[in-house]
Write a protein that binds this ligand. Structure first.
Ligand code: PHE
Length: 447
């Protein structure tokens, strides 16, 4: 990865895949997916979300990777370079997307770090540093969010961890660790799944997640599902453009994108199954809001043989997954300021990291700020950024740049390239546009 002057590259293809997976898998899968699924009624929401991953997410993942790989710069620089032949409209689109990306990095990381901080707190809870009292995990979570100073402390720790890595430009170690820790995360989720399978609640959880009840799906839920497809795959704000820019020009990326999306989806569904089993076994409501993972799992660990160890391992892995995502968020901002303004990596990471930390305090002190920023970025900024990137990739980038990444598919490459081009030109922008407009109320169809 880059470490100052000249543009460094990923040490290997594996390094890149791990980084992209590290960015995608994070709080989005384990914290956010279950809680929004609970709020929007399960089944139909999950189905719509999976559809969004397939129809919008995957094609856009590929679009971002080729733009980064061929453009070789931050989102603004890469788009400008690849669409230079297309006139002033293309330039304006590049600037718009670049600014949206950097703003997304600032805003998302500010609240993301606060939630990651909650995971740090619960790691210490599982070690008994903060004992789970009479009230169990629910009370412990309430006490944590009711103590902004404590939340801010963990937020500070998490931001420092992220800044240090980005400042030194040495993600490699972390990405390598991901190759062990990501399977470990899957492993522990499977273990928990088996345990809840024996203990009860799993059948209800399966029904809740997979039996669609279309009446429960309102425009707001559709927009949330769409936005979450962007959020969970790290799309719509240039993170994958940025990571792609550290690839060599001719690497092929189709299979890697699919692998990342599959892993990301599997982890989210596993987390959902485990968490909702606990919810139903305890006779609780699924729509408990942003605290859901923190108010359910610690109680499960407390009841489980070897639960102290399992709980500690789980929160450790969750923090790690969040860390590798946070690094990619900060990396967007830092790469932008290096490429566009010639700042040093070190300075950019510390200065912008500090600004993001300051912004994050607002979310640590007010849950409503956290909700607001989460909604603003997930529902509007990422989908709109996604439309802009789809238009650039589909209409403005040269055919040669657009299709080169399909070469690794051999003889079927041109066919996939053609299908992808249709999706990215027409289907993705129209689908995203419809969902956003429907929510805003400009369009009305259905009930
Ligand atoms: N994909 C990350 C997660 O699911 C969050 C993220 C969003 C990271 C956007 C980078 C860019 O936790």
């Amino acid at each position: 990865m880059a470490n100052g002057t000249g543009r460094a590259h990923w040490g290997s293809r594996l390094g890149f895949v791990l980084a992209a997976a590290g960015s995608a898998v994070g709080l989005g899968n384990i914290w956010k997916f279950p809680y929004i699924t609970g709020e929007y009624g399960g089944g139909a929401f999950v189905l719509f979300y999976l559809l969004c991953i397939l129809v919008v997410g995957l094609p856009l993942m590929y679009a971002e990777l080729i733009i980064g790989r061929r453009g070789g710069k931050d989102p603004l620089g890469a788009l400008r370079a690849l669409t230079a032949h297309a006139g002033p409209g293309a330039k304006a689109l590049s600037v718009f997307t670049g600014i949206l990306s950097v703003a997304g990095g600032f805003l998302i990381l500010s609240f993301y770090s606060v939630v990651a901080g909650w995971a740090i707190h619960f790691l210490l809870v599982s070690f008994g540093v903060f004992p789970l009292g009479e009230g169990g995990a629910g009370a412990a979570f309430g006490a944590l969010v009711g103590d902004p100073k404590l939340s801010s402390l963990w937020h500070t720790v998490f931001m420092l961890l992220s800044i240090v890595v980005v400042a030194r430009g040495v993600h490699d170690g972390i990405e390598r660790a991901c190759s062990i820790l990501m399977p470990a995360l899957v492993g522990i989720l499977v273990l928990l799944l088996v345990y809840v399978g024996m203990r009860g609640g799993l059948a209800e959880a399966v029904t809740f997640l997979f039996r669609p009840n279309f009446h429960a799906l309102k425009p707001e839920g559709m927009l949330e599902a769409l936005g979450h497809a962007f959020f969970t795959l790290s799309l719509g704000m240039g993170a994958m453009i940025t990571y792609g820019s550290y690839l060599s020009r001719d690497s092929t990326v189709v299979r890697d994108g699919v692998a990342v999306a599959v892993l990301d989806t599997v982890i989210a569904l596993l987390a959902g199954l485990v968490i909702f089993s606990v919810v139903f076994a305890a006779g609780k409501e699924p729509g408990q809001g942003p605290g859901l993972v923190f108010v359910t799992l610690p109680d499960l660990f407390a009841s489980m043989p070897g639960g102290t160890f399992v709980g500690a391992a789980f929160f450790f892995l969750l923090i790690f997954a969040a860390w590798s995502s946070a690094i990619s968020l900060l990396e967007v901002v830092v790469t932008f300021s290096i490429d566009e303004f010639g700042l040093t990596r070190h300075k950019a990471a510390w200065v912008f990291g500090a600004v993001i930390w300051g912004l994050g305090l607002a979310s640590a002190f007010r849950g409503s700020v956290l909700d607001f920023l989460d909604n603003l970025t997930t529902r509007y900024m990422l989908p709109i950024g996604g439309i802009a990137i789809a238009i650039a990739a589909g209409w403005l980038v040269k055919k040669e740049d657009r299709e080169a990444g399909f070469r690794d598919l051999g003889a079927s490459g041109p066919l996939f390239a053609a299908i992808w081009t249709v999706i990215i030109r027409f289907v993705s922008p129209v689908a995203v546009g419809l969902v956003v407009l429907q929510k805003i109320g400009v369009l009305k169809f259905g009930g």
